[in-house]
Ligand binder design. Sequence first.
Ligand code: ATP
Ligand code: MG
Length: 456
Amino acid sequence: MTIRVRLIVQTVFLQVISLLLLAYGVFAVQRGLGRRDMARAETQIRLAVARTANDALIQRDQVQLLSYLNFLKVEYPALTYARTVWRDGSRTATQSLGAAPAGARVVERRVLVSDPTSARRSVEVLFGVNQDVLQESVRETQHRVVKIMALVGAVTALIGLLLAILLSRSLTDSLTALGHMAEQISEGRLGVHLEWKSEDEIGALVRVFNNMSARLADLDVSKKNFVSSVTHELRSPLGAIESFLPLIREKVAAGDRESLALSREYLDRIEANVQRLNRFITDLLDVAKIEQGKMECVIRRMDLPPIAAEVAQFFEAKAKAQGVAIENAIGALPPVLGDGDRVRQVLVNLIANALKFTPAGGRIRLSAEQVREEGGKVVEVTVADSGRGMDDADRRRLFQPFTQGRNVAEGVSGPKGTGLGLYIVKSIVDQHGGRIGVESTPGRGTLITFSLRVAV
Ligand SMILES: Nc1ncnc2c1ncn2[C@@H]1O[C@H](COP(=O)(O)OP(=O)(O)OP(=O)(O)O)[C@@H](O)[C@H]1O
Ligand SMILES: [Mg+2]
């Protein structure tokens, strides 16, 4: 049974139950009222008969009593018969009027009236009250109530059914649309979007689905980019090594001084490519550790300036060859809390990025200062470059793994990379309990700052 049918059946079932309960309640009240009405009608007849007997006794007119009782029979159809017994001393006279209809439920009542002036004189009236006639009027009211109840029930059932259909449709329509969307995603159509305008829970669910679909599409693009960058990062150094090896063999076989010098130069290039491969594989291993939560930093008291000087020096030759000036403005600083190797890795990544995105004639500046924050004192280290910068969209995705900015496609100096550097950098800074922030303007440059706690 579909949800729609189930909802409709349940709603109608509930409605029928509540109508039956309501009808039962109304009938119970109606029965009580009916009994009270019957008793009241009977009392009215009794009072009328007593009044008539009294008047006749005062007039001492037996004929008048009979004709009055005749009037009452017309006025009260429940009054079926009457027998009068006049007593005056030892004399008794009896008269009767009408008879009980056959098969009718007739109850006999009695009224005795005595003359206040003479205790010997009295009149007794025995009269029959037809219970079926009394009940007739009550039954009529009950029939009217049944009719009204049936009408109200039918109308409410119809409205309820319509509402149940509308409600179930609005619910199942959204579920069907979401199911269709999920099916499309499972078939590989990532990034599909469902248009749904409502602020309720369904609207919120659709928004979550849309975000999920967009995120899956993003991840798919990242995966494709990653596969192509990994392939490139593995193939290009391996290709270079492969092409230099026969050249070296050739030059060594020649054995002359010039050939040997050349073969040494080729060996240097092979070494550079092996280092590049090594760096890439180390990055991949680091990412695997981060994802498993197993990247550990041994945090101890350390001095930042010597590490900064070492890293700046390491990049100097490359920067010079690229026509970029590196300035290390990090002077004396208090000792910080950090893992020396990991802090070095952060600086290497940041300066490598700065070099990658800064064309010839540009500048890279390394600086640090001590600042006071809520949790204590920190040292803020900044790597600033005057390179191509990045736009807001690139900046928002900056620290996600395997994600590179669009500025990579604009052409960078050296290998393109795989989009792992800043993800690793952020994880290291997080492990140190620090913060990392970026300011960047397209065409003007980038400034990346991270903080390390000052050792006390
Ligand atoms: N100094 C910078 N100037 C401009 N863009 C930058 C800079 N640093 C990072 N980016 C942007 O951030 C992206 C991610 O940087 P990240 O270091 O994580 O990856 P990558 O340098 O592209 O590759 P990898 O570091 O793995 O070799 C870069 O692709 C680039 O778009
Ligand atoms: Mg990088």
